[in-house]
Design a protein around this ligand. Structure first.
Ligand SMILES: Cc1cc2nc3c(=O)[nH]c(=O)nc-3n(C[C@H](O)[C@H](O)[C@H](O)COP(=O)(O)OP(=O)(O)OC[C@H]3O[C@@H](n4cnc5c(N)ncnc54)[C@H](O)[C@@H]3O)c2cc1C
Length: 522
């Protein structure tokens, strides 16, 4: 197979025949000699208002890229058990890696399986009734299940990313995630993929325990032997992978109570900004490209923005073109917002988290708690303040972006895509200073980079507070075990070692590999 990079119009990119002609031209060979073309990578260059599609093409390949073969998984019934707490991306991909090497994953999950979880999400959006064990963050598949399913990561270890993408395709994801520079699955497709992964684990002899919240670790002679569930059952294994995500505050509280090592870390908080998608298309692609978007030749436009203000970074996060905003609180007295989109990305809105770095020095230690818990306390207090601003409901506080930036308030009703409704509120008077002032400055900078960003149609909704964990559960860099608790592998986003679906999945694989190494060498 010969690999070439080409930059073509959206029309050519959409036509296999035109692509063959482009490749033949580039390689100076007859079109008839090309057996098949594989698109290996796809990216959009929207600069200068004339979008081009940049493609890496595999020309004349004999057979398509092979997909991970499920035959690599072993039957693990009766094999040594490894307890995995949490069935999010970190837990799921750790389980799959253990299957490949003959260890038996026992997955402990506080939430419900995916279809029952959907009903709780509907209740939360429509009736504001929040189930603390089954919501947008908790339940089968973790916070990734009803997410946007964007699969980008800043990690540059391509081999690891390919392994995750291959596994997703083997469990039902569209093959195009293997070629897109910014792969995306969509919230309508993710639940079936998550269920297919569970099916694989169970078919091979692994076990899932739903509605089972871990409340303690079983520890003997300085080593984790298993976990204790809320009903008192102890699940024992040769190792414990703790992959509970960044919203499992009880897990941090458990560590704090037991005086097991925890560390504070920088995190980020801010708002979710929303524009009409048509406006973002116009800013990014130019007015002339409207038809290309309407006919599907160009996808809804995205953006990625950063600013430095007051010595800290402000950046866009989880931008959802054609998306909707979802209520992501995990406790009934908080408001938290996040974003997602379906595979078609066809809502009329574009939303993104715009968050400000928060450092441990910004946070006040709470009496009696370890300083490591201070960030979580600020995060929780801000979420609770938003609940009060929402008149004790899940209808999140919202303000027009221009009013927010100019520090003025109008109580006019505002419509956004947020599933649980909005409460007009003076966010400029409610957010902690460190967040407010830096956001206001950054939005002005963003408007200079994307003319029209500060549109009167744009809104901000708060609070976007769960973009990363405010606490780290430390681990030895070589063995990945907790420094005080042998056989305990803090893992994924909640332990502070990942951010997003792909990097959490990669971290799950890393922890599983360390357990496998230990078993093989003992
Ligand atoms: C609405 C939304 C949209 C998002 N969109 C994207 C996106 O497009 N792309 C992206 O990369 N990231 C996205 N994210 C973030 C992404 O989902 C997380 O980064 C990722 O899921 C973290 O994986 P994890 O396995 O470390 O933890 P989680 O996914 O948080 O999983 C932790 C699991 O542990 C379980 N658990 C917690 N405590 C306990 C306990 N005590 N006992 C038993 N089980 C427990 C939870 O129920 C949960 O299932 C989104 C998040 C949300 C909420």
């Amino acid at each position: 197979m010969i690999t070439i990079d080409v930059s073509v119009t959206p029309e050519i990119a959409a036509s296999p025949e035109a692509l063959k002609r482009t490749a033949a031209n580039a390689l100076q060979m007859p079109v008839g000699d090309i057996v098949r073309i594989d698109v290996l990578r796809r990216a959009i260059d929207a600069r200068r208002g004339r979008p081009k599609i940049q493609l890496r093409l595999g020309v004349n390949a004999d057979k398509p890229t092979p997909i991970f073969d499920k035959k690599n998984y072993k039957n693990v019934a009766g094999k040594p058990p490894v307890i995995i707490v949490g069935s999010g991306p970190a837990g799921m991909f750790a389980a799959l890696k253990l299957l490949e090497h003959g260890l038996r994953p026992i997955v402990i999950e506080r939430g419900k399986e995916v279809s029952a979880r959907k009903r709780d999400l509907a209740l939360l959006s429509r009736q504001h009734s929040l189930n603390a064990d089954s919501n947008w963050c908790f339940g089968e598949g973790g916070a990734g299940t009803f997410s946007d399913g964007k699969l980008y990561t800043r990690s540059n270890k391509r081999g690891n990313i390919d392994e995750i993408l291959q596994q997703l395709v083997a469990h039902g994801a569209n093959r195009n995630i293997l070629e897109d520079a910014h792969p995306h699955i969509g919230t309508d497709k993710l639940p079936a993929i998550v269920s297919a992964i569970r099916q694989t684990v169970e078919d091979c002899g692994g076990i899932y325990h739903f509605n089972t919240r871990a409340v303690d670790l079983a520890v003997k002679n300085g080593a984790a032997q298993g976990v204790v569930a809320a009903d008192g059952t102890c699940y024992e294994g040769i190792a414990v992978i703790l992959a509970t995500g960044h919203s499992a505050r009880e897990v941090y509280q458990l560590f704090d109570r037991r005086r097991w090592l925890l560390e504070s870390k920088a995190f980020a908080m801010g708002v979710r900004v929303e524009h009409p998608q048509a406006l973002i298309n116009e800013i990014q692609y130019g007015k002339a490209c409207r038809r290309l978007v309407e006919t599907g030749l160009l996808p809804p436009a995205t953006y990625s923005l950063t600013a430095q203000t007051g010595g800290r970074g402000v950046f866009s996060f989880c931008m959802c073109p054609g998306g909707i905003m979802a209520p992501a609180a995990t406790s009934p007295d908080e408001v938290v917002v996040n974003g997602m989109s379906n595979s078609q990305r066809n809502s009329p809105y574009a939303n993104a988290g715009i968050v400000v770095q928060v450092f441990p020095s910004d946070c006040r230690t709470i009496d009696g708690a370890s300083p490591a818990m201070a960030g979580m306390a600020l995060q929780q207090a801000t979420e609770q303040a938003m609940f009060v601003a929402a008149n004790h409901s899940q209808a999140a506080p919202t303000q027009r972006l221009a009013d927010f930036v100019n520090g003025r308030f109008s109580a006019l009703p505002i419509k956004t895509s947020y599933l649980a409704g909005n409460t007009p509120a003076p966010l400029h008077a409610l957010l902690p200073d460190v967040i407010l002032q830096n956001l206001q400055q950054a939005f002005k900078q963003f408007d200079r980079k994307m003319r029209g960003f500060l549109s009167s149609d744009a809104t901000v909704t708060a609070i976007e507070s769960r973009s990363s964990s405010p606490v780290r559960i430390p681990r030895d860099p070589a063995s990945l075990q907790h420094p005080q608790l042998a056989n305990l592998y803090p893992c994924g986003e909640g332990a502070g070692y990942a951010g997003g679906i792909t990097s959490s999945a990669i971290d799950g694989v890393r922890c599983a590999e360390k357990i496998i190494e230990k078993v093989v060498s003992s």
